[in-house]
Design a protein around this ligand. Structure first.
Ligand SMILES: *Cc1c(COP(=O)(O)O)cnc(C)c1O
Length: 404
């Protein structure tokens, strides 16, 4: 597609020419496991890599191909691969870029299962890691070792909303010949494009904003270099096998079409709810990357073009108060995951981050009264009314702590 059109237009059209598919406006669903070779010589030529064409759906599928081309374009990459989950994309990226004995530098507070994967890699292959805040080149540089191979960045960090500096990570990586991988799930390509900062790979839990409708688990890996992506397709993806199903790719293409309008509403709803929370005496702190009071706001402004739909806040009180508050909510749903049409709320210390030892959790800045919120697409007044009713009930039940 003509790359001069706007991103909002690419989201809808990139990678699909109706005239290649029986003039179908919607991307057709190719629900097939395998493909019929017209003759034996063609089959042999496809296996030899001498002729383009489909062989088997673990390698390529026409529906999946549209999704891959579209996301590559949105992330300003040269190629992309779709996976059956965000974690399959994370593991493919890390398996591709490391070997036994290597070291990985990670931003502090990464996704719980990525943390789990790093521990597996350490136990099985001696691939060690350090979790560090990535706010400056000096800070990152200090932790680089002779065996460091990868800088793995998640920004903003879940659920503290700390921001890592993409430019600093890339500058250090260039000096030492390291690969940089960024988990861009919280921003979606609508808000942040790490490849523009020089990173090598961007990945998504497409389960979240990219699909946006809470009905598919999937992952995407985008590369700045087309050959690297082709290599992963024919090695780690093909042989570990964590591919997406054609139907899930089809749903993903359908969900992705509204990304631009959804991200605008997610962001404005988050801002409206934050504005309300700042007036509530029982709320101690709110963490949102583009909030003027956020300690990393200057870094955030350089790399994010909007604040997005996710923030966290802390209550005056502990686990007991948090549970009373959460149980009073009716419209806002108590659930992990994020980026859906429904507003979702969860308690990291007892839910997503409960596998992280308490000491480490505290070090990451996650305390027992922290709550994570994913603003949905409802009317903002209704979200606020639900929260307000829960705060009033909390105050009634705990008059000593929730002062007004
Ligand atoms: C959800 C999530 C993942 C894992 O993705 P799945 O699709 O659940 O496998 C990875 N990183 C972040 C930041 C996430 O929020």
């Amino acid at each position: 597609m003509n790359k001069k059109v706007h991103r909002d237009t690419l989201i809808i059209h990139e990678g699909h020419d109706p005239h290649d598919h029986q003039d179908s406006l919607a991307v057709p669903l190719y629900q097939t496991s395998t493909y019929v070779f017209p003759d034996a010589a063609t089959g042999a030529a496809r296996f030899a890599g001498e002729q383009e064409g489909n062989i088997y759906s673990r390698l390529t599928n026409p529906t999946v191909k549209v999704l891959e081309e579209r996301i590559a374009s949105l992330e300003k990459g040269a190629g992309a691969l779709a996976f059956g989950s965000g974690m399959a994309a994370v593991s493919a990226a890390l398996v591709h870029t490391t070997k036994a004995g290597d070291h990985i530098l990670c931003s502090r507070g990464i996704y719980g299962c990525t943390f789990g994967l790093l521990n597996i890699m350490e136990e099985k292959y001696g691939i060690t890691h350090d979790l560090i805040p990535m706010k400056s080149e000096e800070e990152i540089e200090r932790h680089v070792r002779p065996e460091t191979a990868v800088i793995y960045v998640e920004t903003p960090v879940n659920p503290t909303m700390e921001v890592a500096d993409l430019r600093a990570a890339v500058n250090v990586a260039r000096r030492h010949g390291l690969k940089v991988i960024v988990d861009n799930t919280f921003c979606s390509p609508y808000i942040q494009n790490p490849i523009e900062f020089g990173v090598d790979f961007v990945l998504h839990s497409a389960t979240k904003y990219i699909n946006g409708h809470g009905d598919v688990i999937a992952g995407l890996l985008i590369g700045a270099d087309e050959e690297e992506i082709a290599k992963i397709r024919m090695t780690v993806q093909k042989d570990y096998g964590g591919i997406i199903s054609p139907f899930d790719a089809w749903l993903m293409i359908r969900g992705l079409k509204t990304l631009a309008v959804r991200m605008e509403r997610h962001t404005s709803n988050a801002e409206a709810v934050i504005g309300y929370l700042k007036t509530v005496p029982a709320v101690r702190e709110v963490h949102y990357p583009l909030d003027p009071d956020h300690p990393d706001v200057e870094i955030a402004k350089r790399q994010m073009n909007a604040g997005g739909g996710i923030f966290s806040f802390t209550l005056d009180g502990g686990v007991e108060e948090v549970q009373i508050f959460l149980d009073e909510l009716r419209l806002v749903k108590l659930a992990v995951s994020l980026g859906d049409a429904e507003s979702l709320i969860q308690h990291p210390a007892s839910m997503t981050h409960s596998p992280v030892p308490e000491e480490e959790r505290k070090e990451m800045g996650i305390n027992d009264s922290m709550i994570r919120f994913s603003a949905g697409l409802e009317h903002p007044d209704d979200i606020i009314a639900d929260l307000d009713a829960a705060f009033k009930a909390l105050k009634k039940r705990t008059p000593a702590t929730a002062t007004e």
